[in-house]
Design a protein around this ligand. Sequence first.
Ligand SMILES: [Zn+2]
Length: 673
Amino acid sequence: MPYVLPGGPPKPKEGALAPPPRPPGADEILGECRASIAAAKAKYDEVIAGTAGTARTVANTLEPFNEVAMNVANAANAAQLYREVHPDAKVRDAATACEKEVTTFSSELLLDRRAYDALKAVDVSKADALTQRFAQVTLRDYKRAGVDLDDKKRARIKVIEDEVTDLGQKFQKNIASDTRFIEVTDPKRLDGLPPDWIAAHKPDAKGAIKITTDYPDYIPFIAYANDDELRKQLYIKFRSRGDAANEGLMKQLLALRLEKAKLVGFKDWAEYQSDDKMLRGAANAAQFIERITTLAQTRAKKDLAELQAAMKAYGGRLQNVQPTAPGTIGDWQKSWLERQVKKEKYAVDANVVRQYFEYNAVLAGLLEITSSIYDLEYRPAWDRRTWHPDVRVYDVHRKGSGDPLGRIFLDMHPREDKYKHAAQFGIKEGVAGKQRPEGALVCNFPNPRTASGPALMEHGDVVTMFHEFGHLMHHILAGQQAWVRQSGVATEQDFVEAPSQMFEEWGWSYETLSRFAKHHQTGEVIPKDLVAKMRRAEKFGLGLQTLQQMFYAALSLEFHRVDPAKLDQIATVKRLQAKYTPFPYVEGTKFHASFGHLVGYSSMYYTYMWSLVIAKDLLTAFEGPGLLATATTHKYRDAILAAGGTKPAADLVRDFLGRPSDFRAFEKYLTTD
Ligand SMILES: [Zn+2]
């Protein structure tokens, strides 16, 4: 029986329900956000005051502190969400303003010695394990922030934090605003590019066709253009963005990070940054990078041989071929060669695939599958006010239960001034007895309401939908804990992607796809051999991609382990590129100047791969019984998702697998087709 999208189109007739309330305006958003900050401040005063004449207890100190954290999160979450999705610019500005206020408040909070002393004074020796863990993790966070340093050092940390934020913003802005371009006067030199791309790039009055380093230009150009000289020119421009100022900014940023790490008792930033993560210690991170690099060698060699064979076979299609060192392939040639091999050897017609992924059917399939494997029900909540009429709201229930577990908002389609990527946003962190968890998916998938025909999705978008929904499930199912620091996705930062990376498999496996991936006209289930072909194509180039990732990981780690005064940034890039990848450094490029992850991820770019290793290991539990067997999925739901941050992530994984996590599954994934 086809699964009916719960509450999906058609919406209830006008008059059947009260009309959907109008979206909240700027005054209300700012008012709500400031009310949360005020509530946090009031609870904070309670924490500091304690109960006169009596000892510090869980009830008079830890519990109000929990509510401080809950209210701070409410303010910060709402501000971040509205800043990214609200259609009204006034609301987005109000949200940005409130986000600043809440950031200021929470950074003051973490350096306030009075709160730290109050929390430290609570005797938790007789409290339950979760309360003890909450106290311990909170005190650790305070110490990491530098709260137990003297006044002078704390003041210095405050200055460092502000400067680091400022430098990071400047670094990112320099990348975003540094759009470079090449000009082509001979239209024949666009040979190889898709006709719609060429049609969108008309010559100007002087007859010049401008091709920029922005992604919609750069990505197709580097993959399709047959003109090797132009591709190399654009590649050099692309990999030079930010270089006017960003090396200098990075030098200052690294120095400040090192200073902070030393102030709070660590050897360097990489040690400090990894200290509260699963993969602890910079030496372990370096070892991890080496281990993955070794594992990837065989496949990478095969990939490279395939690219070299492609150069022999299809090199004749190139124009203005650029010289490379003997036996090597230029970094600017890689995408083009990959595209040739994919076309000739792993051909999957995206237009054929798309026919099986109509948006409403995909969403219905995703809801049906999660409802079945996690024993949930999605009930539409049309009365809820949202920021845009396209947003769908559901209350998530355990099957047959009156009380909802939480609420989800699906903002799935593009519109002007909306966030351009795909992400899960927490709205409310669940705190048992205080508030239910709420979360939103913010994506950019085709819109059935505005599409001229059926809203067909790329398979990549289907996988993205499953990935992001994995975060949402984690947020809701884990949002039933009493302590906010253990609720939702409040787990180690290098574990948080693992459940979502694992859940991508439900968007790839024939077992799950066959439940909803049906041809939108004929109803035919997606053919099994088409899925197999899609999977083979997806894995082509995995060895080289893994090495490229390890190059970036090593770069982000090494920048944060070396004395910034002695760090030669460009020499490090050249050395590491040669060490990890078979593609020689191209003169004139300064990749690190536009490596934005150096701001957000700092030393921890390797965490993407680390969580993927765990994701592949988690997946082994489903190998025999399949992805839909409830004995396994319920165990997974309880041991990993619902457990949230109640235990260290390594313990959650061990609880679920019945053994510590290891590399075997990842090794198999990397070495087999
Ligand atoms: Zn994710």
